[in-house]
Design a protein around this ligand. Structure first.
Ligand SMILES: [Zn+2]
Length: 322
C-alpha cells in the first residue's frame, strides 16, 4: 500500500509474516527520480508489491536512483540488492552497518560465534540449533548488495530540492541511522523510535564491547535535541510528541532493568535461566531467543554498574548479586 504523506513524499507499507506484521519504506520524488528509504522484507511477492505501489503512484521502479538504509535488519534492507540489480540504484548505509551486513553474510564465522555466544549464556544445544536455523533463514533472505558510499554522522545529503541530515543512532542495531529533514521537521526513524513498542535490543555477537542499552539510550538523547515535529517510523503510524515518547521508552528500560535485577540473587544463574524465570519458559523457541537477548542486554548494564557479578564456570557465564 502506498500513501502520499505530503507532496512528493510517500509511505509504502509492505507485509511481514511475523511479529509487527508490516514494515514501511519511504519514497521521495523529484521530477521523475526517486529516492527510497529502506526496502521492506524480501518475501515472495514483496518485490512485485513494491513495484505495483511505485507504478500506482505514477512512477516506474526504474526511477529509483538512490536507496538509503536505516539499518541492515532483514525487514529494512533485504530487497536492496534486488532493487540495485533491477534499477542500478546506489545504496547508502553507514560503514558500521555494512560491517554488520558482511559479518552476517559470512556463514561459518556467524554460525560459530552464535553457537559460542548462546551456549556461554546457558542455552541448550537443541535451542541453539533453532537459533542457527533462524540465522540461516534470515541470511538467505537478504539479497546481496554492495556499496562504497558510506553515510557519515551529521552530514547533509541532497536529493533534488530535498535536503536531509544523517543522524547516527546506534543501539537497536550497531550501524543504525535516522534521517532528519530539518526544514520539514520530519525524522525517518527506522527502528530507533517506534510508536507502540520499545524497539528490541540484542547483543552484537561479533562485538563483545558493544553495549546495546547504553548505546541506545545515548542515541535517544541525540534525538531529543533535534527539531522534530513528526516521526515516521519503520513500523506503525507516524507521531509527534517526541519528548513524551522518549520518556516512555526510557521508563520502560529502567523498569525492565530493575525487574531483571530483582531476579538475580546469591544463587548463580545463567542468562537463559533468568530469561525463563522472568519471561516464562512456555514460549515458542524464537520468543525464548528474544527473551534471552533482552535479558542479556540488561544483565550487561547491571554488571557495568557494579550491581551484579558475572563468573565463568566451565564455558558458561553465571550471574549473582554482589
Ligand atoms: Zn530493526
Amino acid at each position: 500500500m502506498i500513501t502520499e504523506i505530503s507532496a512528493n513524499f510517500y509511505r509504502i507499507t509492505l507485509r511481514m509474516p511475523y511479529r509487527l506484521r508490516h514494515v514501511h519504506a519511504y519514497l521521495l520524488a523529484q521530477d521523475k527520480k526517486l529516492a527510497l528509504f529502506d526496502t521492506g522484507l524480501n518475501i515472495p511477492g514483496a518485490y512485485e508489491t513494491l513495484e505495483k505501489d511505485v507504478t500506482g503512484a505514477g512512477f516506474s521502479i526504474n526511477d529509483i536512483r538512490h536507496i538509503f538504509l536505516t539499518h541492515v535488519h532483514t525487514d529494512h534492507c533485504s530487497m536492496a540488492g534486488i532493487l540495485q540489480k533491477k534499477t542500478d540504484a546506489k545504496i547508502y548505509v553507514s560503514a558500521a552497518a555494512l560491517i554488520e551486513y558482511k559479518h552476517f553474510r559470512q556463514a561459518d564465522s556467524a554460525v560459530s560465534l552464535a553457537r559460542q555466544f548462546y551456549s556461554r549464556h546457558g542455552m541448550s544445544a537443541h535451542e541453539i540449533e533453532m537459533v542457527i536455523e533462524e540465522y540461516e533463514d534470515m541470511r538467505g533472505i537478504i539479497a546481496e548488495f554492495d556499496t562504497k558510499d558510506f553515510l557519515l554522522n551529521n552530514e547533509v545529503r541532497e536529493f533534488g530540492d530535498w535536503k536531509f541530515e544523517v543522524i547516527f543512532t546506534p543501539g537497536h542495531a550497531t550501524g543504525h541511522v535516522c534521517f532528519l529533514f530539518r526544514k520539514e521537521g520530519i525524522l525517518l526513524a527506522g527502528d530507533h523510535i517506534l510508536p507502540y513498542i520499545a524497539p528490541s535490543l540484542s547483543p552484537n555477537i561479533f562485538d563483545d564491547n558493544f553495549r546495546p542499552l547504553q548505546t541506545y539510550l545515548d542515541s535517544l538523547n541525540v534525538i531529543e535535541k533535534l527539531p522534530i515535529a513528526t516521526i515516521y517510523p519503520g513500523h506503525g503510524n507516524s507521531f509527534g510528541g517526541v519528548s513524551e515518547r522518549l520518556s516512555e521508552i526510557r521508563d520502560h528500560h529502567a523498569q525492565r532493568k530493575q525487574l531483571i535485577f530483582g531476579f538475580v540473587n546469591e544463587i548463580p544463574k545463567t542468562t537463559y535461566t533468568l530469561a525463563n524465570e522472568i519471561f516464562g519458559s512456555n514460549m515458542p523457541d524464537f520468543e525464548k531467543f528474544l527473551a534471552l537477548n533482552e535479558t542479556f542486554v540488561y544483565l550487561q548494564e547491571l554488571k557495568f554498574e557494579g550491581r551484579i557479578k558475572e563468573k565463568m564456570d566451565g564455558k558458561v557465564l553465571f550471574y549473582t548479586t554482589c
